[in-house]
Ligand binder design. Structure first.
Ligand code: HEM
Length: 131
């Protein structure tokens, strides 16, 4: 069934980010929630916040019921495909950014090691100072 769905790149999804035209992506599937905004038990605000981008994490974080998952499929309009180089370049010119859901905040390694590193150096200096 999914093979018949239209495919859109995230840069296209990103354009549907308003109250009059709101798409969201969950697990690579695109849902047009424009008409659902009014009916969403969680309110339209939260949906508009994630309109035009991947909302997989936000959807899962709420712990939506099986009914909600079923209801979701009524609004299915397509699936996400990778954008072509031309589409990416075009989007960049227009200032449209494809927004993927952040999986984990990316903390660089040096930041993770900074505090333990400082402690080790301090311990070393204190030992040297005391001996
Ligand atoms: C097509 C997509 C969605 C559908 C069909 C949907 C449907 C529902 C339904 C039926 C409920 C009632 C509780 C339940 O049955 O789980 C609900 C609650 C809620 N939803 Fe969604 N939802 C969708 C997307 C989202 C997204 C993307 C967010 C977050 C950005 C969100 C946030 C919430 C919140 C905060 C509640 C209220 C939870 C509570 O009060 O306990 N929903 N939604």
């Amino acid at each position: 069934m999914e093979e018949h769905l239209k495919q859109y790149p995230l840069v296209e999804v990103a354009k549907h980010n308003s109250k009059k035209d709101a798409w969201i992506v969950i697990d690579g599937k695109i849902y047009d929630v424009t008409l659902f905004l009014d009916e969403h038990p969680g309110g339209e605000e939260v949906l508009l916040e994630v309109a035009g981008r991947d909302a997989t994490r936000e959807f899962e974080d709420v712990g939506h019921s099986d009914e909600a998952r079923e209801l979701r499929e009524k609004h299915l309009v397509g699936v996400v495909r990778k954008e072509t180089k031309e589409e990416l370049a075009q989007a960049e010119r227009e200032g449209v950014k494809p927004v993927h859901s952040p999986k984990q905040p990316q903390v660089p390694l040096w930041k993770k090691l900074l505090i333990p590193g400082v402690l080790v150096v301090m311990a070393f200096l204190i030992r040297k100072y005391l001996s």
